[in-house]
Design a protein around this ligand. Sequence first.
Ligand code: NAP
Length: 279
Amino acid sequence: MPTVHPTVATESRGRRRLLALAACLLALPASLMSARAQEGAPKPPPVLPSMQGETIVVAGATGRTGKEVVKLLLAQGAKVRGFSRKVDEARTAMPGVEWVAADVRDAKSVQGIAKGADRMVIALGSNSFRDPANKPEEVDDAGVARLAAEARAAGLKHVVLVSSAGVTRPPQGEERFAKLMNAVMTSKLRGEDALRKGGVPYTVLRPVGLWDKPAGQLGIALVPGDPPISAMIARADVAAVAVQALVDPGARNKTVMILNVAQPQVDAWKSAFAAVPGP
Ligand SMILES: NC(=O)c1ccc[n+]([C@@H]2O[C@H](COP(=O)([O-])OP(=O)(O)OC[C@H]3O[C@@H](n4cnc5c(N)ncnc54)[C@H](OP(=O)(O)O)[C@@H]3O)[C@@H](O)[C@H]2O)c1
């Protein structure tokens, strides 16, 4: 089965991707899926500590995945500290968040960003196709490393990084797209490494292609490593996994690919983190 790089997926290709997903799931070896996601009767979800009253830093809070993370955190009674390069717009669009003007490429602007906070979600995207000055090397690599250092300095309890499937298989080639995707994937892997070595409990999520569908329509498989799977996941589902990973002891120091799968019990993934192998 040919593999299409997940980050190139767009919603206009949704039908084709759904067919690819169906084909892929038929071919997906059971050993790749977390054990619980495969079973008919999953364990009940773990009882997790409350984040009520805690402060959670969200990097990329104005982004399509980040916004979903913010909604879930506020609904749980957590306080959210977001930062943006366009902080006035962010303040107007998303009240109820403590906004800070910051750019991860500028070390000074993120200095102290996690002070007094409890946990952090990083859902940054360099989007350098649209904005070539926002280089993946400076955002997904150095920017994430900077945030990992800030998390450590502030003694955060946990950091969740939304990375990408395919980081261990950067595309090769001389044409503009391959070069840019190579830079994105290489930088994301370096950012992941910085977090893994950063000394703060972490979860690295590697979503496959993202699209904007409602949460909870399909199940979610947690797949160890970075196998070449062509599939999609709703941003809102990525957000739900990220928020659970902030407090789920089973998610501690795990790196996991996530994708939507057809499953009778769509929330079976909630009990699946503990079965994912550790670092
Ligand atoms: N697209 C896909 O199919 C796909 C697949 C797998 C993984 N991913 C990854 O999933 C993550 C979330 O993607 P998404 O599409 O939800 O994101 P998105 O909507 O593109 O949002 C990107 C966010 O990053 C922030 N950002 C970018 N550069 C920044 C900088 N220099 N300083 C501070 N903030 C910065 C933006 O904030 P401001 O503009 O407000 O500053 C925005 O909140 C990304 O890491 C992406 O690479 C994407």
